[in-house]
Write a protein that binds this ligand. Structure first.
Ligand code: UD2
Length: 307
């Protein structure tokens, strides 16, 4: 990593800011491009001399050209991150989540980057036919957001064959950890439950709570991103643990961690909800030599301590 000059778009956001910290700790020079629509300056150690912040939008070609100057690697995370908003305003979502990556890929080609790593999502799979989900599974996204990520993967593959841009798309499963704002449009169930239980308020469970998810701690995701930037592997890769927990078990664990006895309210299930999700993590391990360091219990403890 030393000698690397890395552009991180969305670096002031949840996954981005943890990855910026990991890159700085490894000795990289980091430039963040963020429009601060959901990211925050306070997420970044802005006093560090190896860190620079450019405030601007990924769909602005001139801004992206300037941000890409002298860069050797790029991690593209900036996006319209809300699945719900992608349904309500698919035009804005496509502009950020399709034109954004295309703008970055074109700049990556012109800059001759060593590696372009970008955020995809488990949302590309839709409702799984069988579990765990390997990267070869059928893609059937259920939202504009998921479709945008699928299109991004196709653009990245095309830029590889047309122009030799080396890229790796990271299909994140359910990421949790500090700095995921419980009030934000992309807040996951863990940040909401931690927020409510720590105030001793009742969380809401959609449906019977038997839904299962593959939760990945954000510091592990940050390590996977760094490994991806400096690996020769190209294509797509799940970022998952291969293990799952259901919502009722999650609530039990959280009650222990937070010393709360708040009972959940059950309401009707979300019509768009997926029952079970679990990622096959074998490619993550074989390609990136990656094993999660954070058990769910340890991650929840750390999140509770930071909240
Ligand atoms: C995740 C991703 C989303 C997309 C999608 C693709 C997060 C935050 N979201 O959505 O971006 O990639 O996967 O499949 O990682 N729930 C409750 N009560 C609440 C909130 C949620 O019961 O207050 C349930 C919800 O119905 C679902 C589960 O918890 O069964 C997880 O919900 P989520 O919103 O954290 O994430 P998910 O898997 O829908």
């Amino acid at each position: 990593t030393s000698g690397a000059r890395v552009l991180v778009t969305g670096g002031a956001g949840f996954i981005g800011s943890h990855t910026v910290e990991a890159l700085l700790a490894d000795g990289a020079q980091v430039r963040v491009l963020d429009n601060l629509s959901s990211g925050k300056e306070s997420n970044l150690p802005l006093g560090e001399t190896s860190l620079e912040l450019i405030e601007g939008d990924i769909t602005d070609r001139r801004v992206v050209e300037v941000a890409m100057r002298d860069v050797t690697h790029c991690l593209h995370l900036a996006a319209q991150v809300s699945v719900i908003r992608s349904v309500e305003d698919p035009v804005h979502s496509a502009s950020q989540n399709i034109l954004g990556p295309v703008t970055l890929l074109q700049a990556a080609k012109e800059q001759g980057l060593e590696k372009f790593v970008y955020a995809s999502s488990a949302a590309v799979y839709g409702d799984p036919e069988s579990l765990p989900l390997a990267e070869t599974a059928r893609l059937a996204p259920l939202s504009p957001y998921g479709l945008e990520k699928q299109v991004d993967e196709q653009y990245a593959a095309l830029f590889a064959s047309l122009h030799g841009v080396k890229s790796l798309g990271m299909r994140y499963f359910n990421v949790y950890g500090p700095r995921q704002d419980p009030a934000s449009p992309y807040a996951g169930v863990i940040s909401k439950f931690v927020d409510l239980l720590s105030k001793n308020e009742a969380p809401t469970v959609f449906g019977d709570g038997g839904q299962t998810r593959d939760f990945v701690y954000v510091k592990d995701v940050a390590r996977a991103n760094v490994a991806a930037l400096f690996s020769d592997h190209v294509g797509v890769c799940n970022v998952a643990t291969g293990a799952t927990i259901n919502l009722l078990e999650l609530l039990d664990t959280l009650r222990d961690v937070l010393d709360s006895d708040a009972q959940a309210k059950h309401v009707d299930g979300r019509s768009d909800d997926i029952r079970h999700s679990c990622g096959d993590a074998s490619r993550l391990k074989s390609w990136l030599g990656f094993e999660p360091e954070w058990t769910l219990a340890a991650g929840l403890q750390a999140l509770a301590a930071a909240s």
